[in-house]
Design a protein. Structure first.
Lengths: 259, 239
């Protein structure tokens, strides 16, 4: 991704807004954009989802492959998660090998899902030591207006929760739903004009500083954290966003679970 | 063009496995403005194909060596998303997507009024998020709608459609099975107002008569699809 020149005017405008506790698009500090979550929308994927948060739109697709289990874990399958942000999603994204930004995106989302233990890798074994399922979650950005992290994480878990293991196509039995026991949810906060806000837009990201991503599981257990970009934050600031994340993830989890 | 007639795909009454007649196309929907951050965009579903196209520009052409003093350059990238196919598609360019990108670019450069934007670049991203058969046709057709949605002046839209041959019968708009086991495939890019061509490929085996029939099917289908494109661009959903 080419990092565009940040206009000083945008930064100073954002801090003026922050002083009045306002945001560039009129939202409150902890207010998310309008959210739309759909699943099973891609006919070729074994599980899929589309998430729209304001003008940010992403797709997630689940595919399965048969792998040979690793010698030290003969009874386990695998989960792979990768994110791609191609030039379709915005004028600053360029083609070519995956940029550090999109690799970070994929890895942070991957950790949240993997570490929550929502997918029981033992259940992915077909023949111990010989055959196991590899679950591949591909995250794909359609339109980037900021906070791809939360959109990807939400689309990812929604696609997994609605995925079918294509056993018939691989001639290893009958199709069955992929078992996903938990619903890890990520919430991201961006420091804009000197204070953290939830669900930043592209303009807030451009004129802001560091960001923090928190993934919480069903019991509010913490499964992944990531601080990104240049900036310094205090323990008090972190406590404040963690409290908000606890509240927020609960609401989002309900949306995903009820789909 | 895999098999040679061992799979029955059309019966003696000319009814195809999916219920279509020889000249019928699969259902199509077209929608514009689907990538809010882009200057123009289009989502097109065609059977179970789905393409999303975003247009950015005209914008600065860099690196500078790609600039043309007298006209704009197009930068067309056709890509299949990893979950768009039955077996997962590994991300990244391959020879096929490079070729499709190139012929699509050649087709669009023939209709866009490039000389209006010297030294600039117009970027066109074609993403196939669900593939059945005929994705290059979907991509090219959707790209011309996205360019129009971006307000880029063109001499005409481009409608791309393919006809082919299954069990020795010429049919229009091959689906997945027909594409796999059929005997020929003739994709064309047609300017619907003049009937001229900006894109043409063919592989397989067609007699002169069969070729003419396939050509005619494509020309007729182009008019039908053109109506849906105009409807979508006029703000109505084509459904």
């Amino acid at each position: 991704m080419t990092i565009p020149i940040v206009p000083k005017l945008l930064r100073s405008h954002l801090s003026d807004l922050a002083e009045r506790d306002a945001r560039i698009d009129g939202r409150g500090r902890w207010e998310g954009r309008e959210l739309e979550v759909q699943h099973s929308i891609l006919p070729r994927a074994e599980g899929s989802a589309r998430v729209r948060m304001g003008d940010t739109i992403v797709l997630a697709g689940v595919k399965f492959q048969i792998m040979t289990p690793y010698p030290d874990r003969p009874n386990q399958g695998g989960l792979m998660c990768s994110a791609e942000v191609r030039p379709v999603a915005g004028r600053n994204w360029e083609s070519g090998p995956p940029s550090p930004e999109s690799i970070e995106l994929g890895r942070v989302v991957d950790r949240g899902i993997r570490e929550s233990g929502c997918i029981d890798v033992d259940s992915l074994c077909i023949i111990p030591g010989e055959k196991a399922w590899q679950v591949i979650l591909d995250l794909f950005a359609i339109s980037d207006d900021g906070n791809l992290f939360d959109a990807f994480a939400l689309a990812g878990i929604t696609a997994l929760r609605n995925a079918t293991v294509p056993a018939e196509r691989f001639e290893v039995g009958e199709d069955y739903p992929l078992s996903v026991s938990k619903t890890p949810i990520m919430c991201s906060y961006h420091k804009v004009g000197g204070r953290f806000v939830f669900d930043a837009t592209a303009r807030e990201e451009l004129g802001g500083d560091e960001r923090i991503h928190i993934t919480l599981g069903d019991d509010n257990n913490v499964h992944s954290l990531q601080k990104g970009l240049k900036g310094i934050f205090s323990a008090e600031e972190f406590t404040e966003i963690m409290d908000n994340a606890i509240e927020r993830t609960e609401k989002l989890r309900k949306i995903v679970d009820e789909l | 063009m895999g098999g040679y007639g061992d799979v029955q795909m059309i019966d003696e009454n000319g009814v195809r496995a999916d219920g279509r007649g020889p000249g019928d196309i699969r259902p199509i929907t077209i929608e514009t403005g689907v990538v809010p951050v882009a200057d123009g965009s289009c989502r097109m579903t065609w059977g179970t194909n789905e393409a999303i196209v975003a247009v950015y520009g005209p914008m600065e052409a860099h690196p500078r060596k790609i600039q043309r003093q007298d006209r704009a350059v197009l930068d067309v990238a056709y890509n299949m998303a990893p979950f768009s196919t039955t077996d997962r598609m590994r991300p990244g360019f391959n020879r096929r997507s490079r070729e499709v990108s190139k012929v699509t670019q050649d087709a669009l450069e023939s209709v866009v009024l490039l000389e209006l934007y010297p030294r600039s670049k117009i970027r066109i991203s074609i993403e196939i998020v669900s593939a059945e058969a005929g994705t290059r046709c979907v991509g090219l057709t959707a790209a011309s709608v996205a360019l129009a949605d971006a307000g880029i002046p063109m001499t005409d839209l481009v409608v791309s459609v393919a006809s082919g041959k299954i069990n020795d019968v010429v049919v229009c708009d091959l689906n997945k099975e027909e594409d796999n086991y059929g005997e020929a495939d003739l994709p064309m890019g047609i300017m619907p107002n003049s009937g001229e061509l900006v894109f043409l490929q063919m592989d397989g085996d067609l007699s002169q008569d069969e070729f003419e029939q396939a050509w005619r099917y494509n020309m007729d289908a182009a008019q039908e699809i053109h109506k849906l494109m105009v409807e979508a661009l006029n703000g109505g959903d084509s459904q």
